[in-house]
Design a protein around this ligand. Sequence first.
Ligand code: NAI
Ligand code: MG
Length: 357
Amino acid sequence: MKLNIVLLPGDGIGPEITKQAVAVLETVAQKFGHELHCTEHLIGGCAIDATGHPLPQDTVDACKAADAVFLGAVGGPKWDNLEVRPEVGLLGIRKALGLFANLRPAKLFPELAGACFLRPDIVQDGIDVMVVRELTGGIYFGEPQGQEVRDGLRTGYNTMVYNEDEVRRIARLAFETAMKRDKRLCSVDKANVLEVSRLWRTVVEEVATEYPEVELSHLYVDNAAMQLVRDPNQFDVIVTGNLFGDILSDEAAVITGSIGMLPSASLSSGGVGLYEPIHGSAPDIAGQDKANPLASILSMAMMLRYSFNLEDEAQVIEDAVQRVLRAGHRTGDIAAAGDSPLGGSKMGQLVVDELSN
Ligand code: NAI
Ligand code: MG
């Protein structure tokens, strides 16, 4: 298969982790006989430095023409006081590609269970939950929104709106995701209070008839937030709207304990997907070879799975990462007290070596 990929290394640790992730991707492509074609483009602070804008048009054009996009990270103190900040590039590319779904796995490898703050008996086998968040609708974008004076009182308001098409497409994507995993989907809403949630629930039930193999359940968001820390492994895939997903995906990430380990995917309907680690540009450690490349390497696995349907290739990467961890190799962010941590490039090399064996 031909894989046309745009790389957006970005700022801070972005370039160093991208380098490690690409080395892993190249190794897998070679192993499975795929033709890999990568081109690099500018986004964020480095794009501001070179062109005056965080998202140059040729970056947008290249991303639209690609099969998939990998992004390192953007931002840093150097650009914090500009009128147009690097993060504008990130929001811009998400919009340009029509990315309406954000997939954030909360995965804790059992090898790192000791670093998790949940009770050992809950996490001894690790954690593996996928949060699918609707990204372009809901209360962040609903109209009307604003501030005005009502009856002499300053009043602010936003509106949570979803139409059936918006719910249907995120529901379908979540069911498809569940089909690639353990075939259990929990839809999270607030249908006891919100009208918009009652529609959400109805439409999810309708879509469920297309996926008889997937076991569907519903939870109210307050209960879901509680269940996620009480017993995360009762979940396989969670699907929810923009606001609830924002909160639950951060909660899901923090229970696994390590920002340097978590990948993400942002998807559209059949179009280009964008894959990135959830962490930022980490200016405090940039250029020191301290950054953990595993979140980026695991983002490449997600790319192979969700943009190319290459399940075996994705699995091979995840297995290699697990074997490296099992052998006791740790970067600083996941090291226990007393461990001497590896550099990021050494960590990347160990994964490549595992794949080459
Ligand atoms: P951050 O995620 O960059 O860093 C938070 C902490 O985690 C830091 O101590 C950092 O050293 C550590 N860390 C992050 N990634 C790591 C890795 N791979 N290995 C080891 N340690 C790691 O978040 P922060 O400090 O709030 O933001 C720094 C910059 O990144 C800001 O300019 C922010 O706007 C930007 N940012 C960009 C994002 C993106 O590109 N998607 C997301 C979040 C923040
Ligand atoms: Mg958030």
